[in-house]
Design a binder for this molecule. Structure first.
Ligand code: PGA
Length: 253
């Protein structure tokens, strides 16, 4: 399986020109990115322009997905439209959306509707804080079980990926990245929850990514020593030179 890299641009760059120059900078390293399953999740208004720029070495991702198909939903973009623009993966249940009120129930619906349109659902889970007794494992188990409730076996598994993104490690308020040994432990735990739901051999095919303060310094070790299949990267994905270095660590596992 090729390593997976998701560039989550969030609400940046602030201009289309900035987005185009970032996409152009990435395309200078297209041979590197082609060695990965590389996804770029730009702000929605840039989808078309960025999608054309990255076509030869990356696929488009959405930062969120609306939990319905078709219909008059003022202000929302439904999965069909995203699909028509070339979106192949949707980030679902990102902690920044959960902080805006998104519940486990909404996340479950979003997963279902993404899959129905053939879009891979990248389900984000992660605790707000770690707990010496390991209570945070129960929290992520619940998030994951709830998101996966009611999924049928084979077809679903092929369109599923999990991103472990502990909230305390994500974004500019992060308390720093995760220790490799803690990530390795979380990956084993998540794999076990997936095995309980889908069976061991099916679960083995579901990629588990890590996100939260990934940068050129920590990427190599986090990839080598933890069992993750790749990364979702926020801040460092806005600097092409940093993302290039992270991509390189994913190709040299
Ligand atoms: P970060 O964000 O890399 O800036 O911590 C990761 C994410 O939000 O997916």
């Amino acid at each position: 399986m090729r390593a997976i890299l998701v560039a989550n641009w969030k609400n940046y760059p602030e201009s289309l020109e900035g987005a185009v120059s970032l996409a152009n900078a990435l395309s200078r390293k297209k041979l590197l990115y082609k060695k990965l399953s590389f996804f770029v999740a730009p702000p929605l208004p840039y989808l078309d322009v960025v999608g054309k720029k990255i076509k030869s070495f990356a696929r488009l991702a959405a930062q969120d997905i609306f939990p319905s198909l078709g219909g008059p939903y003022t202000g929302s973009v439904t999965p069909e439209i995203l699909k028509n623009f070339g979106v192949r993966l949707a980030i679902v249940g990102h902690s920044e959306r959960r902080a805006m009120g998104e519940t486990n129930d909404t996340v479950r619906k979003k997963v279902k509707f993404a899959m129905r349109e053939g879009i891979t659902a990248l389900i984000c889970i992660g605790e707000n804080a770690r707990d010496a007794e390991g209570e945070h494992f129960e929290f992520i188990r619940e998030q994951l079980k709830s998101a996966l409730e009611g999924l049928r076996r084979r077809e679903d598994i092929a369109r599923l990926a999990v991103a472990y993104e502990p909230v305390w490690a994500v974004g500019s308020k992060a308390k720093g990245g995760i220790e490799p040994k803690d990530l390795a432990e979380a990956v084993i735990f998540i794999r076990k929850v997936l095995s309980d739901i889908f069976g061991r051999s099916n679960a083995a095919n579901i990629p588990i990514l890590y996100g939260g303060s990934v940068d050129p310094e920590n990427a190599g070790q986090l990839m080598r020593d933890t069992g993750v299949s790749g990364f979702i990267v926020g801040r460092a994905s806005l600097e092409s030179s940093e993302l290039d270095q992270i991509a390189k660590s994913l190709t040299t596992k």
